[in-house]
Design a protein around this ligand. Structure first.
Ligand code: S3P
Length: 437
């Protein structure tokens, strides 16, 4: 699909961004682990999150689509049926890293997980390692890539130190920990999104979070016989809203209202970066909680955005996990800001849906930005905006949205290429910018 996005005169109006992808995946998985039915409102309808529902259906979970909600009827934590066919995760890195945590604890069963071409380039050794240490057996292509097979086992306890902060890996270990025979804890070197911890606390699981040294967080979970989650309301996706926020900040004369957006502190690192750059973004953003205080809800707010001038900033490694999916937007903001903008400690961007350091730098340079890739980030020098041109998204939905926002704020418009599926929220995003322009 090739889309031309013309420069916008200004953006005005209000829009509700799509439901949160991370919370949707977790809501469906944890609902399926519950013994009683769970109602999920505002579940994201996308290829990725529908792959989670399909996987659960294949595993014998009943998922009923009702007009305003999903009703998920699972059979509890244990006894998942083995499957002959591989589970297809489509393009979802979250599904392929979360689901193995549950599968690994099913004694005697085996499941193969596979996905599209982009998934086959994404490493799964980061979840295979702790699950193997707990007693499961994992076979992966070249030891680290999908397709891969999880052979479930009676898992024992583990105190796992994650080498890199990742909410996906943390969640995988915590899910396995629910069924393990022994204490399970996971320490991440820097805080990452905590949606899983909140849902587990809501499901009355004994979960404890404490501070480690140098900003590390240790989360431990008790094994349980059943989960007791009731209804789940999925908030609007701050990561999707971020693209509209940037459009509102960059296109002169704009004023946008984004409705019902999730404002969990562990997701709003990008907003703090944007404010530091001079962006005027008003909302009831959640304050940071003490580590031992795990809320059982996801806070939501309307967010008001106004266009204005920006200055460069430095994004430090500890901010990276809290803004990981929004860092490409920092590159775009940097092209419009006065001075230099630097992101470091973000090598993880190279193993997302695409190599997001290479694709962002090549793409924005092609539109006129002064940007250089580094091993673990990029440096961009503001040059008073972008000319425009062609932007290849390499099939990565967030980068297709980046190209579209660049087009709105450019002088000549941008042709966004390489996004040929209706994967996640890209078509809806284009519809939203159409109504605001
Ligand atoms: C996600 C965590 C992040 C993020 C991804 C969704 C999640 O990945 O990039 O889009 O739902 O846990 P990592 O935790 O691997 O950094």
């Amino acid at each position: 699909m090739r889309v031309r996005v013309e420069p916008a005169i200004r953006l005005r109006g209000d829009v509700a961004p799509p439901p949160d992808k991370s919370v949707s995946h977790r809501a469906a998985l944890l609902a399926a682990m519950n013994s009683e039915p769970v109602r999920i409102r505002n579940y994201l309808d996308s290829e990725d999150t529908n792959a989670t529902l399909q996987a659960l259906r294949a595993l014998g979970v009943i998922v009923e689509s009702q007009p305003d909600e999903l009703v998920v009827r699972g059979g509890g934590l244990r006894d998942l049926p083995p499957l002959d066919d591989p589970i297809n995760v489509a393009n979802s890195g979250t599904l392929i890293r979360l689901l193995p945590g549950w599968l690994a604890a099913q004694e005697g069963g085996s499941w193969t997980l596979d996905g599209d071409e982009s998934i086959r380039r994404r490493p799964v050794d980061r979840v295979a390692r702790p699950l193997t240490m707990m007693g499961a057996r994992i076979e992966a292509r070249e030891g680290r890539f999908p397709p891969f097979t999880v052979h479930g086992a009676r898992l024992h306890g583990l105190d796992y130190q994650m080498p890199v902060a990742s909410a996906q890996v943390k969640t995988c270990v915590l899910l396995a920990g629910l069924l393990a025979y022994g204490d399970v804890a996971v320490t991440e070197p820097l805080a990452s999104r905590d949606h899983t911890e909140r849902l587990l606390a809501r499901g009355r699981v004994g979960i404890v979070r404490e501070r480690g040294g140098n900003g590390a967080l240790r989360v431990s979970v008790s094994n349980v016989d059943e989960l007791e989650i009731e209804d789940i309301q999925v908030p609007g996706d701050l990561s999707s809203a971020a693209f509209l926020m940037v459009a509102g900040v960059l296109v002169r004369g704009s004023r946008l209202l984004l409705r019902d957006v999730g404002v969990n502190w562990t997701r709003s690192g990008f907003v703090r970066i944007l404010e530091r750059m001079g962006g005027v973004v008003v909302g009831d953003f959640e304050a940071q909680h003490a580590p031992d205080d795990i809320p059982t809800y996801e806070p939501v707010s309307d967010i008001d955005v106004t266009a204005g001038p920006l200055v460069g900033t430095v994004v430090e490694p500890h901010e990276v996990p809290l803004a990981i999916d929004e860092l490409p937007l920092v590159a775009l903001l940097g092209a419009f800001a006065e001075g230099q903008t630097v992101v470091r400690g973000a090598a993880e961007l190279r193993v997302k849906e695409s190599d997001r350091i290479a694709v962002v730098c090549d793409g924005l340079r092609g539109l006129g930005a002064d940007i250089e890739a580094t091993e673990d980030g990029f440096v961009v020098v503001g040059t008073d905006g972008l000319e425009g041109g062609r932007f290849d998204s390499h099939g990565d939905h967030r980068l297709a949205m980046l190209g579209a926002v660049a087009g709105l704020a450019s002088r000549d418009g941008v042709e966004v290429e390489g996004m040929d599926s209706a994967a996640i929220s890209y078509p809806l995003f284009l519809e939203h910018i159409g109504t605001l322009a």
